[in-house]
Design a protein around this ligand. Structure first.
Ligand code: 4AZ
Length: 311
């Protein structure tokens, strides 16, 4: 699929193919792609950042990492819906038997932290792969993570969504725009940008279409700092709260092509509707009702108060 070759999983496949000496044509980004402009961080600086992994599918070198994720409840991780696509996983997500979340590991080459099996996956049934709207999925973990790993989600109207707000994106994705995957966790400082900038940049093309209700625009107007392939599903954090999930964009770090994120307030809205719906109507992937997510209240993060995105 077109998007498959322009999004999260191109490079792991290319790497795997290279390792197997199989020539594989890749839709590489243009030479102007210079990424992320990030810096190394220890996962303790963002303990809610997790790696989503499948060694069966992506090999063991980088612990099978192929996407990012965010811990929003002790057993609840958000990632991107496009990370759970059949053409990425090779199988429907509930059949991907070795799907794991890796928490507390800065360096994917190390054995630090915990690897926790994914017990259930719930892919947003409203995810639209043409526009990329609704790009999120909920992973339910087989074992809980500590409350200190949980980040609060910023509700609609939260000041953290205002254009100009400073935000940080975290991930193990491409740092070069050419498939230079990190093995250490990195972060990049960006700003929330006005929707108008992304509307202008992405009026609708094969890459997607910017829809302000469900997407968030962030980056730097001059480019240089951005998320990239392999970062998908990972957190964009502002004022200590989760505002976005890495979703898509045209290239990485290009001036005039900001990063597009799944808007977390829209995730919260969708989840509350999904859990209010009669069973089975909105959960085609299984029975995983999103639970135990934390909503950031006025106290902000770090207060392990338990809210429910899904009342
Ligand atoms: C991707 O392929 C991807 N520069 C993620 C983020 C961005 C571009 C591509 C934003 O998963």
């Amino acid at each position: 699929m077109r998007r498959f070759f322009t999004r999260a999983l191109t490079r792991p496949l290319v790497l795997a193919a290279t390792a197997m000496a199989i020539p594989l044509v890749s839709a590489s980004p243009a030479a102007s792609d210079v990424v992320v402009g990030g810096f190394p961080v220890d996962v303790s600086q963002g303990p809610w950042t997790v790696a989503v992994s499948s060694r069966d599918r992506f090999g063991g070198m980088r612990a099978g990492q192929f996407c990012g994720g965010v811990v929003v409840g002790p057993t609840t991780v958000l990632t991107a819906a496009h990370c759970m696509a059949v053409d990425v996983l090779g199988t429907p997500p509930n059949r991907a038997r070795d799907l794991k979340v890796i928490a507390g590991r800065t360096d994917l080459y190390s054995a630090a932290g915990q690897e926790i099996a994914v017990r259930e996956t719930w892919v947003n049934p409203a995810y639209d792969s043409a526009s990329n709207a609704g790009d999120f999925a909920v992973l339910t973990l087989a074992e809980p993570l500590p409350a200190t790993s949980v980040i609060g989600m910023a509700a609609a109207g939260d000041t953290a969504y205002e254009p100009g707000t400073r935000a940080v994106v975290y991930g193990w994705g491409d740092t070069t725009g050419f498939g230079g995957y990190a093995h250490g966790l990195r972060a990049a400082r960006v700003h929330v940008l006005a929707d108008a900038l992304c509307v202008r940049a992405y009026p609708g093309s094969s890459d997607g279409r910017y829809l302000a209700d469900s997407m968030l625009c962030a980056g730097e107007t001059r480019g240089g700092r951005d998320a990239c392939q392999g970062d998908s599903g990972g957190p964009l954090v502002a004022e200590g709260r989760l505002i976005g999930l890495v979703s898509w964009g045209s290239g990485c770090g290009r001036p005039g092509s900001p990063g597009v994120y799944t808007r977390v307030s829209d995730v919260m809205r969708t989840l509350s509707q999904a859990s209010a719906a009669p069973e089975g109507t909105t959960t085609p992937q299984g029975t995983a009702e999103p639970q135990e997510t934390q909503t950031a209240g006025s106290q902000g993060v770090g207060t392990p108060q338990r809210g429910h995105a899904a009342p």
